[in-house]
Design a protein around this ligand. Structure first.
Ligand code: NAP
Length: 323
């Protein structure tokens, strides 16, 4: 079948190991279902995979892609939940399973004609969402939902700072925070992206690193090194920083430790979300009319163009591939 896959890794030139070609049809273990992919969306995770992060050499070749929406074996329109827990895991929160993986880490990913997942890893797609919109939800939007409303404990009226404006997770954070009744502050390196963030619903937009006029209740961090200290400095006493990514690196020169203990800040990690949270997210979008910002839709055989745009940071919102 048609597939976009990693054949080799390169930390510095990730696209050199990517192949747009053919892979064998997936195996379908007992209890798993095959989803015919209608749309899939690109995440920074896919670039990390091509860089060799989170995957071992012996797992190559690996079809990339975490996110998909499509049609299952019974003809249902579904969204794929990308967190695959270990068959022996019995807890309620799959993200806490130490043996969990995301599609494209241990099991083949979604940038293909078909993907197989455990039956419980599909969630009904509301009719009001297109396949392209639904394909944006399983990683970036689910991550943003959990950061804000689960790990961050944000409530209507809270003030939240979103670091970065143009990314898949950050555009989701802006839209969901606004829909959840929060006051939304955002930073970006580019004036054009700051403007678009305001149009998307942010109340205030600042240059990356600029001192804010007020402290905030919570900061949503996906950038890492480049914004970490600013995030710490922006929090009120007892505020919460939720961290889920380190796009710019994971070694800030100054972690702001003194401020963390003296102001009794909470620093909380967050990863993806549960199947139940994905179902809540799809219901929220169905009810509110909030929709993912899509930077561009490309046929899957033109995936390279989308990867190049993400690698250069030249995006506002999600890149979606269609079949
Ligand atoms: N733990 C999880 O479950 C999970 C899930 C999803 C994503 N993530 C991680 O979260 C990060 C974002 O993912 P994504 O898919 O949203 O990626 P993306 O679409 O490429 O977004 C990158 C974002 O980072 C900002 N940025 C990048 N370099 C920066 C720098 N040097 N200084 C300031 N801002 C910078 C950009 O902001 P501007 O261009 O507006 O300045 C943009 O908002 C990735 O590291 C990804 O691996 C983790």
């Amino acid at each position: 079948m048609f597939a976009v896959y990693a054949e080799s890794f390169s930390p510095d030139d990730p696209l050199s190991g990517m192949v747009v070609g053919e892979r064998p049809e997936p195996d379908v273990p007992d209890g798993w279902t095959t989803v015919e992919v209608k749309a899939a969306s690109l995440n920074h995770h896919d670039l990390w995979t091509l860089r060799g992060v989170g995957i071992k050499q012996e797992q190559l070749p690996m079809i990339v892609g975490c996110d998909a929406a499509g049609i299952d074996e019974d003809g249902n329109e579904v969204v794929v939940h990308s967190v695959i827990s270990d068959p022996g895991f019995s807890g309620a929160d799959e993200t806490l399973d130490p043996k969990r993986s995301l599609l494209s880490e241990r099991y083949q990913g979604t940038f293909a004609e078909r993907v197989t997942v455990p039956r419980r890893n599909v969630v009904p797609k509301p009719a009001s969402l297109s396949f392209e919109e639904a394909a944006c939800l399983p990683t970036a939007w689910l991550t943003a939902y959990r950061m804000l409303f689960v790990q961050g404990g944000c409530k209507p009226g809270d003030v939240v700072l979103v670091q970065g404006a143009g990314g898949g997770v950050s555009t989701a954070l802006i839209s969901l925070a606004r829909a959840g009744g929060l006051k939304v502050l955002v930073t970006s390196r580019e004036e054009g992206k700051r403007q678009r963030a305001l149009e998307l619903g942010a109340h205030e937009a600042y240059e990356t690193g600029q001192r804010l006029p007020t402290t905030v209740d919570a900061v949503m961090e996906t950038v890492g090194q480049a914004t970490w200290l600013h995030s710490i400095r922006s929090l009120r006493v007892g505020g919460t920083l939720v961290t889920t990514g380190a796009t710019s690196g994971n070694m800030p020169a100054d972690m702001g430790l003194t401020r963390i203990f003296f102001l009794q800040l909470k620093v909380i990690g967050s990863t993806m979300g549960t199947r139940g949270e994905l179902a809540s997210l799809t219901s929220m979008l169905d009810a509110t009319g909030v929709r993912p910002v899509i930077d561009r839709v490309l046929p899957m055989d033109q995936a390279r163009e989308g990867f190049e745009a993400m690698a250069s940071g030249d995006l506002f919102g999600k890149v979606v591939f269609t079949r």
